[in-house]
Design a protein around this ligand. Sequence first.
Ligand SMILES: [Zn+2]
Length: 215
Amino acid sequence: MNIFIMGAPGSGKGTFSAQIKEEFNLNHISTGDIFRANIAGGTELGLAAKAYSEKGLLVPDEITNKMVKEYLNNLEDKKNGYLLDGYPRTLDQAKAFEEMTKGTDLEVDKIVLMDVSFDELTRRITGRRTCKKCGEIYNIYSKPTKVEGICDNCGSPLTQRKDDNEESLKVRLNEYANNTEPVIAYYEPKGIVSKIDASKSMEEIWPVLKETLKK
Ligand SMILES: [Zn+2]
């Protein structure tokens, strides 16, 4: 089974990816991993990608697409398939990937969309506070500390990540929506998109997600 997982920042995509990977014995691959492997290995594609990112430019789709395909082709243990995270990021990438994998065992079978409302994502992200000392993560709405701004575990002051504010979140969410919506619209008629209501708690989401993937 080959899966793309998509979800906005704060949708719980990372956590559920780890669970899906375990449950279905898949290779969990993010585009970040693929870039790092190519750059570390000094491949031609890796060097090209590095040159772009060093100039502060986006790596062109053509290079990204080739890297993803080669990475998937060259996996030593193919397991039961892949769970691809962070790709395709755009409609062009989706179309190119389809073209590259048509009729092969790399074709995508399922697309999981972790669907969370804008308001809920805002609460999750702007409410997040972390303790730098012990690493505990809190949320002022859903997991508050006993004393405001102070870690329950170790008594250290909590901090908020700079880009966890509403303005920069809006930019990130808009960028995500602009890129993702056309990708989802492209795959929807093929009947392989599963929208998961990821506004619920982890305990409620996982059984639904698992059953959806088993179908
Ligand atoms: Zn602490």
